[in-house]
Design a protein around this ligand. Structure first.
Ligand code: UDX
Length: 426
């Protein structure tokens, strides 16, 4: 390893692992990234990036010399001391986090006091304590990630904060981890392990609460004649509230919010504490995902035999991630009501084919809108705002009805063009 900078080990090369590996390489570190899947390691070694994340392919190719991919844990242990654990912790049926992949990593690491696990994976509060009991020699640092899909590279390079949690015997490792982030411009927050774990879960649960809150304000605004966009603008100027995460819509999805909210609720439940607020956050979100159905029925009556176009499948734009995506819930619900559903997404539809069973997957927005009785905008991909709604789209649709699930389209222009427009909360 040619540089003086601390070499970095990354274990688990999914989205978090690859973003972390590429960003540390960009900061000048040699990085050895290990995954158990040989095909994945081979394709990464050829420079192929298997996920949609703006800027990531460029970062991987620019730093190819500093980035090594391997299946061999011994190689990682040999060449690096700080082992960033980035394996996934998917939800189980009960809402707990499934820690089997984390456990498998811990089992492979042995007990060397020269190495430390640096936990990036989102884990329940208490996981660090459990691992440290199991592997007393090994160092342990909690360093949760706060990357948003679609802006992960920017989030890594310009963090709002970096959280580094360690207990007494791992303080020296924590110093080394904190030093890695010193070239970046965000504050470094040092805590104990359990608090660092809680910062991650509490942050995501709070943001999810903010979204469910504004969605309920939206639903009530519809009834009372207020416009949630105006309400959010007025609220957001209060410093204590802030303008972000006040965008009403068809509920939150993705790999983090739904999982982390359930995990925190479950974790509290395990101690005998009923986290009632989070129960509501989840319920409100589930109902919100189906809200477009009622809006369609308002204008179409029964949906039996109606052709409905869903624009967008990804849980948000700039990603091909369909985990907990609203479109999946909505498509199933619409089919349950007897509608024929066609979906289009610029990148995410193909990957969703199995989960979208019974729907027609279209190659373009135009194809999905052809002969449709109504369109629902589910994901705010910029190309949907650029469609020629007044001309081409209106000409294609059987009925000009649009449910704008993200308040993203030009409402006035659509109404002027003769569309029946339904937003969320306005
Ligand atoms: C989130 C956190 O933001 C990030 O810090 C964490 O590490 C992982 O989880 P991500 O899941 O990539 O990131 O997406 P994010 O951009 O935060 O959006 C989550 C969901 O909330 C999306 O479905 C989005 O459409 C929705 N959302 C977001 C709203 O409905 N309204 C808003 O105002 C903001």
């Amino acid at each position: 390893m040619g540089t003086e900078k601390e070499p970095i080990g990354v274990i688990g090369v999914g989205w978090v692992g690859l973003c972390t590996a590429a960003c540390f390489a960009e900061l000048g570190h040699d990085v050895v990234a290990r995954d158990i899947l040989p095909e994945k390691v081979e394709s990464l070694s050829r420079g192929e990036v298997p996920m949609h994340e703006p800027g990531l392919p460029e970062l991987v190719s620019r730093n190819a010399e500093r980035l090594t991919f391997t299946t061999d844990m011994a190689d990682v242990l040999d060449r690096t001391r700080l082992l960033f654990c980035c394996v996934d912790t998917p939800p189980t049926y009960s809402g707990d986090a499934d820690l089997s992949r984390v456990e498998a990593v811990v089992d492979e690491l042995g007990d060397s006091d020269e190495h430390a696990i640096v936990m990036k994976s989102t884990v329940p509060v208490g996981t660090g304590r459990w691992i440290q009991r199991k592997r007393e020699g090994l160092g342990y640092v909690s360093n949760p990630e706060f990357l948003k899909e679609g802006s992960a590279i920017k989030d890594f390079m310009h963090p709002d904060r970096v959280v580094v949690g360690a207990d007494e015997h791992s303080e020296a490792f924590a110093d080394r981890v904190a030093a890695l982030y010193e070239p970046l411009d965000g504050p470094i927050v040092r805590t104990d392990v359990a608090s660092a774990e809680m910062v991650k879960l509490a942050s995501n649960a709070f943001l999810a609460t903010k979204i469910s809150f504004i969605n309920e304000i939206a639903n009530v605004s519809e009834e009372l004649g207020a416009d949630v966009s105006e309400v959010a603008r007025g609220m957001g100027l209060d410093d204590r509230i802030g303008p972000k995460f006040l965008q009403a819509g068809l509920g939150f999805g993705g790999s983090c919010f739904p999982k982390d909210v359930s995990a925190l609720k479950q974790l509290a439940g395990n101690t005998g504490y009923a986290f009632q607020l989070l129960t509501s956050v989840i319920e409100v979100n589930d109902l919100q995902k189906r809200r477009a159905v009622g809006k369609l029925q308002k204008h179409l009556g029964s949906l039996v035999g109606k052709e409905i176009a869903l624009l967008g499948v990804a849980f948000k734009p700039d990603t091909d991630d369909i985990r907990e995506a609203t479109a999946l819930v909505l498509a199933a619900r619409l089919q349950g009501e007897g509608a024929h559903v066609r979906v289009y997404d610029p990148v995410a539809a193909e990957g969703a084919r199995e989960m979208l069973g019974g729907t027609v997957i279209c190659e373009s927005a135009a194809e999905a809108l052809d002969g449709a009785d109504a369109a629902v905008l589910v994901t705010e991909w910029p190309e949907f705002a650029e469609l020629d709604w007044a001309g081409d789209v209106k000409g294609r649709m059987a009925q000009p009805i649009v449910v704008d699930g993200r308040n993203f389209l030009d409402r006035e222009a659509l109404r002027e063009a003769g569309f029946t427009y339904e937003g969320i909360g306005r």
